[in-house]
Structure formats: C-alpha cells, structure tokens
Design a protein. Structure first.
Length: 247
C-alpha cells in the first residue's frame, strides 16, 4: 500500500483527537506529498488551522482548499525560501504553534539529478540542512513564547540518511526543549521501504503486515498526538509508525 492510497483513505478528516488542537496554528512543509496530506488532514480534523507548504504550490492549494487552510510555496533546502515561508506565515497565522516537516522526499530531486554517491550525499546533506533551516527560522519565535512543537517526519530504516535526520532532530531538541519547545521525529514506512521487519535484531522471512486500512488513521493520529500537550514527556524521541517492519 502506498502513501497515495493512504492519503485517499483519510479524506473526510477523521481524527481520534478531534478538537484537541483547537486554536493552534500549524505549518506542514512537504504537504504536497501523500503522507504530508495525511498529516495535514489529521491536524485540521483535530482543530488546528493549517498552512500547507510545498514546492508544488498548486498541489498545496488543492489540499488547502479541501481542509480549509492556506497554501504557500517553499523549497525546504533553500534558506531564502524558508525565510520567505516564515515571513508569509507570520502574516497568515501571527504565531506558529506547530511545525511539521516532511523530509527525505523534499530533497529527492538531488538524487534524481545526480545518481549514485553524489546524489546520496546531496540528499543526506539537504535533509539535515532542511531541519537546520526550519529550526533557524521558526525556532526563535517559539523560544521567545516558551512553547511550540516541531515534528520532523522521516522514513524508517537503518541507514546513514535516516540516522542523520534523527540525530539532527535530537540536536534541535537539545537546543529548544529547555525553552519549552517540544521536538520529535516521526519515522514512518515509505513507499520503497524494505518489506522485511527485524525481530530481536534478526530479519524474518515473512513481513508482519499491519492492517493496511488502519495505517492512515495511525499515521495521522500519531502526528496529531505528538502535537498535543499530552505528548510533553517524550520530547526529543522518535516514534516509529512502520507496521512493525523496523521495530
């Protein structure tokens, strides 16, 4: 099951956290991706006002129209573009309470343009830089207010790219958490994730497929939960939503 089908399954905006984010303002970058759309819908269903941001602003606008939000264009790997997002978001939202960054897919064009080791290096560097840029432009405002949530959504798997993104998230948490800002990583199953899970450190021969129809609800609910005050204790941690493939 791909995230395209997950996104389709979440249409209607059902959330077990309905109303828990009422009055909160959220930005979802990379919302043009299917998993980004799942999360944007879940946050909106939980009561948040959502700005969806993506390289493809037309796709973002369609999603914004569906959930009653706003759309902005952003290249998460560009300092100028992320700065522009922060500037325009301030006009729309005044204060940003929640920032969700859909990573990896946002920087895949580098891998497509430069196959092999060069593309891998650019993708890994770009993802870590995207985390840094988002923290640089949105972190100070959250620090000053003494509250806020940043959620970095990255693919599951044991490789240098995803581990680097997790480490960058932990570094961000170390910087912002003392000021009341909560930072998390949400590691999820991607379209091209390996099908074999690990059990006690060993690969097993048969995938432990979760109920595919439940995955959109679980992904959206996990993201929405981490954005509520109920998730205040595990700041700086990574939550896996991967059908038990890597846990």
């Amino acid at each position: 099951m791909t995230f395209a089908s997950l996104a389709e399954a979440t249409r209607g905006g059902h959330s077990p956290l309905m109303g828990d984010l009422a009055g909160q303002a959220a930005i979802v970058t990379g919302a043009g991706t299917s998993c980004g759309a799942v999360i944007a819908r879940a946050l909106a269903a939980a009561g948040a006002r959502v700005v969806v941001a993506d390289r493809d602003v037309e796709r973002a606008a369609r999603l914004a129209s569906e959930i009653g939000g706003d759309a902005l264009e952003v290249d998460p790997c560009s300092d100028t573009s992320v700065g522009g997002l922060a500037y325009h978001a301030a006009d729309l939202l005044d204060e940003v309470d929640i920032l969700v960054n859909i990573l990896d897919a946002a920087c895949r064009p580098a891998m497509a343009a430069h196959p092999g080791a060069a593309g891998f290096d650019q993708t890994m560097t770009g993802n870590v830089e995207a985390i840094s840029l988002m923290g640089r432009h949105f972190g100070p405002g959250m620090k000053a207010r003494g509250r806020g949530t940043i959620l970095n959504v990255i693919p599951s798997g044991d490789n240098a790219r995803t581990d680097a993104m997790t480490a960058a998230t932990q570094a961000m948490a170390a910087d912002l958490s003392p000021h009341g800002v909560r930072v998390y990583a949400l590691r999820l199953m991607g379209d091209d994730a390996p099908r074999l899970p690990r059990t006690r450190g060993f690969e097993v021969a048969v995938p432990m497929d979760a109920d595919a129809s439940a995955l959109p609800r679980e992904l959206g609910a996990a993201a929405a939960f981490l954005c509520t005050e109920a998730a205040s204790i595990p700041t700086g941690r990574a939550l896996h939503v991967d059908g038990a493939r890597f846990t």
